[in-house]
Design a protein around this ligand. Structure first.
Ligand code: PMP
Length: 363
């Protein structure tokens, strides 16, 4: 049953129970309109309230200054990998990518299908166990923008703080797996994007926060649907938006507000992560963290057991106890506990207890 399931999925991932219940209640008869959220016209006042409400709440939760537009798009972060260079990588310039894992690799690959792009720095030699050096001095002339992946969902690494030294270079951040988990310093970023399905709701909606003046310089020779300006001008209602997902995003923003806003949730997230990492560090090497300590992610805790057989056994027993999603990404194996906003502290505690028990039975 739902009450004995502990969801550590990497995304789509756990949503707060309170939100699922709220959504359930409003699903059949939203505000006594006789319509569910999924059945309304996206041009109706009833939906507009949901839509602009969600946009306002996102702005308020992340303290987004007026110089930025908030767009609610589709196509996931993967579409952003392509839209960014289509809009912002002219033929006579190059884009710089800080390589911290598979998602940075995918982002770079898409950029190269549009124009010229280079690796500004990479931690691949270190098997992406750490984040790379920002290599600010290495920024080439004629660089269009710098691209950073703030949290590496697969490897379980995260920039402890995003670099601030890039000066006037536009900085674009794939924050798919850590947006809404901590504050963002808007002085040093120009575009931040993320699918909602980890920290902020179901899949189907991509939040893009973009400095308005950037759009003036964007490539105009692209299809309207792929241009940021189109969506900014249309208040993200240029075409039919994923209305139900946007409704859920709004509920998540209310929930964050109730949990002390972005600082409140950051606090809770830090507590969850330290509990888990402390257990790993005090396990006498039975559990081994994948990431180097200075690059550890507060969202995705990746670890290995002494042997692959033990890992298999661990995952089997965990599954039988109601723990869901603890297997590592298929590309690197091992174990991974994703502890996004929707994962309660108590569930992390349960996991730590199980890990202790498994260790004492098998060490
Ligand atoms: N970037 C990162 C850091 C991710 O974790 C993911 C999804 N796991 C993506 C990009 C791709 O996102 P989507 O599936 O929403 O396109």
């Amino acid at each position: 049953t739902a009450s004995s399931t502990f969801n550590f999925n990497a995304g789509p991932s756990a949503l707060p129970k309170a939100i699922l219940e709220k959504a359930q209640n409003s699903m059949f008869n939203y505000k006594k309109s006789g319509l569910s959220v999924m059945e309304m016209s996206h041009r109706s006042p009833l939906y507009e309230e949901i839509h602009f409400g969600a946009l306002n709440k996102v702005r308020s939760i992340l303290s987004i200054p007026e110089e930025f537009d908030i767009l609610l798009l589709q196509g996931g972060a993967s579409l952003q990998f392509a839209m960014i260079p289509m809009n912002f990588l002219p033929k006579d310039k190059k884009a710089a990518y800080l390589m911290s894992g598979s998602w940075s690799e995918k982002a770079l690959k898409e950029a190269r299908s549009i124009g010229q792009a280079y690796e500004l720095s990479t931690s691949k030699d270190n098997k992406y166990k750490s984040i790379p050096n920002p290599n600010v001095e290495g920024v080439e002339e004629n660089t269009a923008y710098i691209h950073i992946t703030s949290n590496n969902t697969i490897y379980g690494t995260q920039w402890p703080e995003l670099p601030k030294e890039f000066g006037n270079q536009p900085v674009f951040v794939d924050a798919s797996s850590d947006i809404f988990s901590q504050p963002i310093d808007w002085d040093h970023v120009d575009l931040v994007y993320a699918g909602a399905q980890k920290n902020a709701g179901p899949s189907g909606i991509t939040v893009v926060i973009i400095r308005k003046e950037l759009m003036e310089k964007a490539n105009k020779d692209i299809p309207a649907i792929l241009s940021y300006s189109t969506h900014a001008k249309g208040d993200s209602l240029y075409n039919t938006p994923p209305t139900a997902a946007i409704y859920m995003l709004g509920l998540m923003m209310d929930w964050l507000e109730e949990h002390g806003g972005i600082n409140g949730i950051q606090n809770i997230n830090e507590k969850k992560a330290s509990l888990l990492y402390q257990m790993i560090d005090e396990s006498n090497g039975f559990y081994k963290g994948h990431a180097t300590k200075d690059s550890r992610s507060k969202m995705n805790v990746t670890f290995n057991l002494p042997t692959e057989e033990l890992e298999k056994e661990f995952l089997n027993q965990a599954k039988a106890r109601g723990f869901v999603g603890l297997n590592g990404h298929r590309s690197i194996g091992g174990c991974r506990a994703s502890i996004y906003n929707g994962v309660p502290f108590e569930h992390v505690k349960k996991l730590v207890e199980f890990m202790e028990e498994f260790k004492s039975n098998n060490a």
